[in-house]
Design a protein around this ligand. Structure first.
Ligand code: FPP
Ligand code: MG
Length: 452
């Protein structure tokens, strides 16, 4: 990368990134809160405890509301040329969909078709792309000698079963024939490539289930699987994907990575439950409170950032990285995941169905109060009664939408997303300079610029 290009300017910003200066003087509590971890200690999770607690996240939100222009916002304005993250791992990405389909074969033709259905349309493949970039970027980072054995085992036999095949009884007509050499690269290990495929499998499984829950009619510009096959088969296809993802995970022969990715599946379900059910207080008597925002951000971590953060961590573990690198990879993924979902929730208000490839404005129709509305609600108490009845009366959706558009909820959401994107870049600032690191930085910038 040449000095003076936009990417290197952003990279320079990443090296120097600190908590941003504020328009108004920052209170110490806000700054402390902005650095806190979103993971929920079980005893303190809002959905377990009825008792309100001081909200670290709401303080982080007020920090975000005040951030001034910075490297990320400059880059999103388009005055910086950028690297193309996809090009950096293009060879691996080229084989991704084919490899995933090889993991999904079933002797039953209907299941085979349903399981592979969402692999037909070109998805964005954001998660595997991040895992591959992280694998390449961390290949240059310091190693932990005690992890070398696990690293070697994880890459040795990713297509070899642990139990005898006769016991497994899991015929896969699409499996890679023994003689077919898999594509390998020097700095991305076979186990890391397989991890990228596993993240896409888990994500796709969650979409198959999500589309049933959301009564979706379209996905990636085509009819959704629930419409094409019916709810029962769509749910079962999702379960099949999870089963095959679990098999592939076990064959990495790396217990810590298995624990991380298995926890992601539990987190996804818990996040979806949190989304289905508001806090007890909001169900009974909706009033804006910091607890509402905290709950939303916890839900967002579980639903979206958990998969990205834990797969980034797993990628560093599979590469044999030292503890500092493993933690940095996790923090990058966590902050990027939060930024990604905030932008998603913003686009639901600002983009058309044509742009998104799925119905726009779906969140309010589904009764969901996401970041733009939660920010608006703070200054527009009228939104409380609409939240309480999940926008269920005639005219509620249009009224809520109007109020959000009159408020600064969209700008606040964008600012919070930018704050997380900055933190993602800061997390990897100690990584050695490389094209892959530039790609990770660019992913954070692109997350804010994306239109669908
Ligand atoms: C998309 O959300 C959905 C998710 C990010 C996760 C959904 C998780 C589940 C349904 C739990 C079950 C999980 C597994 C692994 C089976 P969205 O509705 O906001 O996005 P969309 O507009 O793309 O549908
Ligand atoms: Mg959905």
């Amino acid at each position: 990368m040449q000095l003076g290009t936009g990417a290197s300017v952003v990279r320079g910003a990443a090296r120097n990134a600190r908590v941003r200066p504020l328009r108004t003087p920052a209170c110490a509590e806000c700054l402390r809160a902005a650095t806190l971890d979103v993971r929920i200690p079980p005893s303190r999770a809002l959905f377990h405890a009825g008792r309100p607690r001081p909200s670290a996240w709401a303080a982080a939100v007020s920090v975000a509301g005040n951030i001034v222009s910075n490297a990320v916002t400059r880059a999103t304005k388009g005055d910086m040329p950028s690297v193309d993250p996809l090009r950096i791992v293009a060879k691996e990405m080229k084989f991704l969909t084919g490899n995933i389909r090889k993991l999904l074969g079933s002797g039953h033709p209907s299941l085979d078709r349903a399981a592979k259905y969402y692999t037909q349309a070109e998805g964005k493949h954001v998660r595997p792309l991040i895992v591959l970039l992280m694998s390449r970027a961390t290949s240059l980072c310091p190693k932990a000698p005690q992890r070398q054995q696990a690293t070697f085992q994880a890459s040795a036999a990713i297509d070899t079963s642990i139990s005898p095949p006769s016991i497994l009884s899991d015929f896969n007509p699409s499996a890679i024939p023994e003689s077919e050499p898999a594509y390998t690269d020097v700095d991305i290990l076979p186990s890391q490539r397989r991890l990228a495929e596993i993240t896409e499998l888990i994500h796709t499984a969650s979409l198959l289930h999500d589309d049933v829950i959301d009564h979706s009619v379209s996905r990636r510009g085509s009819p959704s699987a629930n419409l094409e096959f019916g709810n029962k088969m769509a749910v079962l296809a999702g379960d099949f994907l999870l089963g095959r993802a679990s098999v592939a995970l076990a064959r990495l022969r790396h217990a810590e990575v298995v624990e991380l990715l298995a926890t992601v599946i539990a987190n996804l379900v818990e996040g979806e439950f949190m989304q289905l059910k508001n806090t007890a207080r909001d169900e009974a008597n909706p009033q804006w409170s910091e607890e509402t925002l905290t709950y939303y951000l916890q839900k967002t971590y579980l639903k979206t950032a958990s998969l990205i953060s834990k797969s980034c961590r797993a990628s560093a573990l599979l590469g044999g990285s030292d503890a500092q690198t493993v933690d940095a990879a996790y923090l990058y993924g966590k902050n990027l995941g939060l930024a990604f979902q905030l932008v998603d929730d913003m686009l639901d208000y600002t983009r058309s169905e044509k742009d998104l490839g799925k119905p726009a404005g779906a969140d309010l129709e589904l009764g969901l109060a996401t970041a733009p509305l939660l920010f608006a609600w703070k200054t527009m108490p009228e939104l409380g009664s609409l939240v309480g009845r999940k926008f269920g009366n005639d005219g509620d959706v249009a009224r809520a939408r109007d109020l959000v558009m009159q408020s600064n909820g969209i700008e606040q959401t964008r600012a919070l997303a930018a704050n997380y994107a900055e933190k993602a870049i800061e997390a990897i600032s100690s990584f050695p300079d490389s094209e892959a690191k530039d790609g990770l930085i660019e992913m954070a910038v692109k997350t804010l610029k994306r239109q669908n």
